[in-house]
Structures are given as structure tokens and as C-alpha cells.
Write a protein that binds this ligand. Structure first.
Ligand code: SF4
Length: 292
């Protein structure tokens, strides 16, 4: 049986969340800066790793002004091995723009947030929902998956469910209020129960979900996305170069980087360094390389 009843689904998911609540500080601190940092930390990153980075970051840069004024090399060092280090640079650039354009405050208007470097709809709505307590829903892949399955019976909602329908459902959830609770509840429910390969057998929405019978009769679940191979990729090499530079307080020569990392050619070394420089992660002068 399927049911187009947002209120009922909301109650089920909130009940589930009551039993599975995990605290993440960017959701509960009611501080827009903490939420902005949380939004950056959670992009494409496991929550446990994001939590470590968030703690470390706020210890190093407790305020927007502290972050804006910091040495970029320090910012990159603090980001450490969290991955996708461009986020660290974008986060600092966002803080600098907040100081220059918004009097040192994080803006609450969606378009102002979206104008900051590295801030997309996901991060912007995290800030608005958790930092400012506004009634908005962060439409991430987890929420699309849940809505598309429960209300539409789509097995692969990311591909099959219309954006308009997702938006319409989202508006209905928002109209019922308490998005500061239903938002994380839906995100976590999608991340642990209604996953790519859904755990229908333990799902409290089993009896009202339009996709449940299809899954239980053996129809194909959402295919697992194949991630790009990391080993040997430019991404891995870029990480190695940054890791090496983190250990030196002085600039390091391009030749030394190539030698220590055993990079196979000058061309490859230059390609990697040029990419890092373009992303503002390193700077070079007379073949000497430093962070930031
Ligand atoms: S019954 Fe299965 S498909 Fe439906 S919401 Fe639960 S886990 Fe997702």
C-alpha cells in the first residue's frame, strides 16, 4: 500500500530519529559560522571524519574574523588529510568575503550564501536551517531517495523522480515546521536505512512505502556508484605533495618534491604543481614551492 501522506511519513521518520539521534555540532550550535564549517566538512565526506575536522577547525579558527585573517598555509595545514583540500581554501575565501561584504557576519539570504566561494545549495541550506533556525529543508541525495521511493514508488529517484515533485514534497514538509528536526532526521534515515541498497526489512516506513513491494519482490535497487579509482590518480599525487609541504616550514624546491615523491617525470610534476597553484593550495617563486 502506498500513501501520499507527508504528515504520516514525518511522524515515522521523527520517531526513528528519536531512537537513532547522533549529535553533530553544526546542527545544534545555532551558530551560522559553525554550520557553514559543518556544511563544508560534510561535502563528500564521512560524518565521523567531518566531525574531527569540524572540531579541529573551530579550535584553530573560532570566529569568521580569525579564519579570514589566518595564513592560508595554516588553513591548509589544519584541514589536514580531510580530502578535497580546495574546500579549506574556499572556506577561508568565504570568511574573507563575509568580512568584506557582510560586516563579518554570515549572511542568511540564500542568494548571498550562494555567492560565497564553494557554497552550493546543500551548504547554504545547512546554514539557513541549523545556523539561523529558518524553516527550510536541505535537499540532498538522501532526501531525494526517500521522497522518490516512499511517495512515488521510484526505485532510483535520483534518476527517475522529477525535481518539481521533490520540491513540492519538500514544501509540504517545510509547511509542517520543525525543519531543524525533520531535516537531520531525513538525512540520517536516508544515510542508514533507505540507502542505495535499502534496508526495507528493518524500515519503519515499510507498510506505507510505494517502492517497498518492488524491492521485496527482488527488483533491482539503485546501482552502487562506482567511485573514481584513487590509487595512482592525480588526486592522490596532489594529496602527497600537500602532505610533504605540510612538514616543511620553508619553501621546497620543485626538484626535491619530484625526487622525494619519486614522480616519474618533470611533465607530471609540473602538471600537478600547476593544478595545485591554480586552486590556491600552493604558490611558487623561482621553482620554490610553499603551501597557500
Ligand atoms: S521501505 Fe525500503 S524503500 Fe521504502 S523507505 Fe523503507 S528502506 Fe526505503
Amino acid at each position: 500500500m502506498g500513501v501520499d501522506n507527508v504528515s504520516q511519513v514525518r511522524t515515522i521518520v521523527l520517531d526513528w530519529y528519536g531512537d537513532h539521534f547522533v549529535e553533530f555540532p553544526w546542527r545544534t550550535s545555532k551558530n551560522p559560522y559553525h554550520s557553514l564549517v559543518g556544511g563544508f566538512c560534510t561535502q563528500q565526506t564521512q560524518m565521523s571524519r567531518a566531525l574531527d575536522t569540524h572540531r579541529r577547525w573551530l579550535n584553530a579558527f573560532p570566529t569568521v574574523a580569525d579564519l579570514a585573517a589566518a595564513e592560508t598555509s595554516h588553513v591548509i595545514r589544519v584541514w589536514g588529510k580531510t580530502g578535497y583540500p580546495r574546500r579549506a581554501v574556499h572556506l577561508q575565501q568565504s570568511a574573507q568575503q563575509c568580512v568584506e561584504r557582510f560586516g563579518g557576519e554570515i549572511p542568511s539570504e540564500l542568494n548571498d550564501l550562494l555567492s560565497l566561494p564553494g557554497v552550493g545549495p546543500f551548504t547554504a541550506e545547512i546554514v539557513r536551517c541549523f545556523g539561523f533556525g529558518l524553516e527550510v529543508l536541505t535537499i540532498d541525495t538522501n532526501i531525494v531517495r526517500i521522497f522518490g521511493r516512499i511517495f512515488q514508488g521510484d526505485l532510483q529517484p535520483i534518476k527517475d523522480t522529477s525535481k518539481n515533485r521533490i520540491k513540492e514534497l519538500s514544501n509540504q514538509f517545510v509547511a509542517l515546521g520543525r525543519t531543524n528536526l525533520i531535516n537531520p532526521a531525513l538525512m540520517d534515515f536516508g544515510a542508514s536505512v533507505c540507502t542505495g541498497r535499502p534496508k526495507c526489512e528493518i524500515c519503519p516506513a515499510l507498510n506505507i512505502c510505494k517502492a517497498a513491494t518492488k524491492f521485496r519482490s527482488g527488483q533491482v535497487p539503485e546501482p552502487q556508484r562506482k567511485g573514481k579509482v584513487y590509487a595512482g590518480s592525480d588526486r592522490e599525487w596532489r594529496g602527497k605533495i600537500l602532505e610533504l609541504l605540510r612538514h616543511y616550514s620553508q619553501p621546497v624546491s620543485e626538484k626535491k618534491i619530484k625526487k622525494i615523491l619519486n614522480l616519474e617525470s618533470d611533465e607530471k610534476t609540473q602538471r600537478l604543481l600547476t593544478g595545485l597553484e591554480k586552486d590556491s593550495l600552493i604558490s611558487r617563486e623561482k621553482h620554490l614551492v610553499k603551501l597557500g
